[in-house]
Design a protein around this ligand. Structure first.
Ligand code: PHE
Length: 444
């Protein structure tokens, strides 16, 4: 990470003022925990893949998280001012290169590949590690895993829209049915945000693709949650009948778009995003004669439910008290090992005038406003996985001087051992110093 270059798994890239990927983050790339035998993520991956079998679907993984900014955003139609593009949300290797923020970065490449002469598949799943700058708490980690899936149908020249719709409906008929209650099977979608792509598709075709998409994903979620309730039944937890519902969503590369939610232990949980693939994307990816659907699902979220894993950091643990529980490759309820004591420390500081307001800043470089995620990054670097959560507990502007003050509360707690006062003090001092050096704050 030195002298104007940044190296990721033996490939060296020029650094520039966009570069913000830290060595702490990059150190996660070689672990590939989603491929580790009997790791809960590996088991979750296999469970979902089994719902999308050969010969229709190929099941893939993408080992390198380094993609171009174009693959991650431009090709998918992300507007230039989309917040996902900002350096506070995304890890940049440099202006043209990022750590992918979602598996959708590979959509266009997979579509192109499906058009190849040897390709017999009409769909795929792909699993990969994805990277996002985010809060620190028990359900957020800057590296997590997604699976993306898609299914396309060829619509040869000369075939009418109703013939094409009828053919897709035949495939819907072949799918198994289920008897789980779907609360809102067809939510209204708003044409301003989710236009029907009338230039390319008829309503009939969209209905047929949507029916295929929804049935498949309902079956997927039912499968997952049936496994989860089996595991908690063994652990003698109380059961409730499964309920699911569809809600309208928005993604730049699908229209219409939906999310599927599940009622689980008293709450509606969002489990996946999906939609009808935008035809411009298919046209630009060498398959203008195909139409279809895509979905994306986060694996940690599902694994945490399936195994009742209470803290996302556990997925990265090498502690045998964690790993040995999954050695049989069975979906079981995780038995938490004793929680080590927590240790709260506050850090309060004044921002200087540049970081308080972001004067003179462009999208990158120069002074930009201090962002919550800047705090998170400093804590990740200084304390690695020794922090359970970080919260902004106070902020105010001094009435006379106009200076802005922030106070964060850091909860130091290791999953693996009891932290000594000395260890915590060393990490906390490092957080304070890094804040001063990097952001010119004045500690209070
Ligand atoms: N990539 C989207 C996300 O990360 C999920 C998605 C995938 C939505 C495919 C629609 C189709 O939120």
């Amino acid at each position: 990470n030195s002298k104007g270059t940044i190296t990721v798994e033996d490939v060296t890239y020029p650094a520039d003022r966009w570069t913000n990927a830290t060595s702490t983050i990059l150190s996660h790339i070689p672990r590939r925990i989603y491929l580790e035998k009997n790791h809960p993520l590996d088991m979750t991956r296999r469970l979902i893949e089994s719902q999308f079998p050969a010969p229709t679907y190929g099941n893939y993984t993408e080992k390198s998280p380094v993609v171009t900014t174009a693959q991650n955003f431009d090709v998918l139609g992300f507007p230039s001012d989309h917040p996902g593009r900002s350096r506070t949300d995304t890890y940049y290797i440099n202006e043209k290169t990022v750590l992918r923020t979602h598996t959708s970065a590979h959509q266009a490449d997979y579509f192109r590949r499906m058009n190849g002469e040897n390709s017999k598949e009409d769909g795929y799943t792909v699993v990969a590690d994805v990277y996002r700058r985010d809060a620190i708490d028990r359900s957020h980690y800057p590296v997590f895993h997604q699976m993306e899936g898609a299914r396309l149908w060829k619509r040869p020249a000369g075939m009418t829209a109703s013939e094409s719709a009828a053919r897709i409906l035949e495939d819907v008929q072949k799918l198994p049915t289920h008897d789980v209650e779907v609360e809102d099977p067809n939510p209204v979608t708003h044409p301003e945000r989710n236009p029907l792509q009338e230039r390319y598709h008829s309503q009939e075709e969209v209905n047929a693709i949507a029916a295929h998409l929804k049935r498949n994903l309902e079956l997927l979620v039912i499968r997952i949650f049936t496994e989860a309730s089996k595991a908690s039944k063994k652990a003698e937890l109380k059961q409730e009948p499964l309920k699911i519902r569809w809600v309208e969503a928005y993604f730049p590369f699908t229209s219409p778009s939906w999310e599927l939610e599940v009622f689980w232990q008293g709450d509606w949980l969002e489990v996946l995003g999906c939609g009808i693939i935008k035809q411009e994307l298919l046209n630009n990816s060498g398959v203008p004669d195909r139409i279809g659907w895509a979905f994306g699902i986060g694996l940690e979220r599902i694994a945490m439910l399936l195994f009742e894993i209470p803290d996302i950091r556990l997925f990265w643990s090498q502690d045998s008290r964690f790993l040995s529980q999954f050695s049989q490759g069975e979906i079981i309820r995780f038995q938490p090992f004793s929680k080590h004591p927590e240790c709260y420390k506050d850090v309060a500081f004044w921002l200087n005038s540049a970081t308080a307001s972001g004067t003179g800043a462009g999208a990158a470089g120069g002074a930009v406003p201090f962002h919550d995620n800047d705090m998170m990054e400093v804590v990740r670097e200084c304390a690695k996985d020794m922090v359970e959560d970080v919260q902004l507990t106070d902020q105010f502007v001094h009435p006379k001087t106009g200076r802005k003050s922030l106070c964060y509360r850091i909860n130091y707690r290791s999953l693996e051992h009891t932290l000594t006062n000395k260890e915590v003090n060393v990490m906390h001092e490092q957080v304070r110093q890094t804040l001063v050096q990097r952001f010119g704050v004045e500690i209070r």
